[in-house]
Design a binder for this molecule. Sequence first.
Ligand SMILES: Nc1nc2c(ncn2[C@@H]2O[C@H](COP(=O)(O)OP(=O)(O)OP(=O)(O)O)[C@@H](O)[C@H]2O)c(=O)[nH]1
Ligand SMILES: [Mg+2]
Length: 340
Amino acid sequence: MQSGILCLSSLCYTLAAMDESEGNVLPDETTPEQVLPITPPDFRSGFVAVVGRPNVGKSTLMNVWLGQKVAIVSPKPQTTRHRLLGIYTDDRAQVIFMDTPGIHQPRHLLGKAMVETATRTLKDADVVLCVVDASESPTSEDTLVTETIRQHARGQPVILALNKIDLLPTGESPYASAYVELVRPTVWLPISATRGDCRDELLQHIIAHLPTGPAYYPSDQVTDQTERFMVAELIREAALHHLHQEVPHALAVVTDEFSERDEHTTYISATLYVERDSQKRIVIGQDGRMLKAIGQSARREIEQLLGKHVYLDLWVKVWPKWRKNEADLHRLGYLLRGGG
Ligand SMILES: Nc1nc2c(ncn2[C@@H]2O[C@H](COP(=O)(O)OP(=O)(O)OP(=O)(O)O)[C@@H](O)[C@H]2O)c(=O)[nH]1
Ligand SMILES: [Mg+2]
């Protein structure tokens, strides 16, 4: 990780407060590690709302550009529940991706909060990146996404990523024109987030549509999430992988304790909340085997994130109807007070 004074290619970092005329002003509380780079005059920076229906590959795409897992990914819809920042910086631009929950027809308060989170993100963006699954024809949820963009975006450029073309034998989507007709984007590109087709070209298109201006974040910062939050998400990802049907959707994970045992070991205790006793039994599994498997998968990912040995304690508790209760959603961080 880079910090303090260092020079890298055309980016120069300094501990000294920067001149206001250069557009980089240090807030009073800025520490040396948070110093922003002095950027060249044609440097581009801005916020990109990554939106689309669930499961189209929004989080996968952001992660591959960042070169690390900032958002968890799974084949199950409605994996992402928060707005997650992923910060990409090179010597020409800083792109602040705002990964969002998939826009869908909600069936409970959690779903409604997720869709509202995605909708609010559209207002804050300089560019809207609409991701679709081009291996399938547009669905009613894609129509909902388009309507949401029309209603809530402020006329920003809309870039359409026709994702998952690796699933099409010819590499071309028979549905491309239907998506273009529906979304009416500024630019569109067939891509594969996983195989890599046109991923770099898409990033260049995004950068070209950002305004010129200095970086918002230090160049070594990749996200705004805390380690505690990321740990809880990695446990949820492991649970999504091992559990099926309704159980993963009824699951919330909270990191209860996160402490450094010694130089090389971190102790983490977390609780997996489900809504019913029957779900608790499934998560624990026969002789605790399911919970053990979830713990083993999660621990591998957490150790990779922290670069340390991890001692992971997992607990399972019932929290009835947490997805339907406003106060519970606040407590779990899925609803912002006063913001809906
Ligand atoms: N074949 C193929 N699969 C992909 C591609 N991109 C993503 N996937 C898969 O699609 C599934 C969903 O990916 P996510 O990144 O979680 O999708 P999302 O849009 O963030 O989903 P939500 O968070 O639920 O809204 C995962 O199994 C990914 O591995 C791609 O380009 N090709
Ligand atoms: Mg996602």
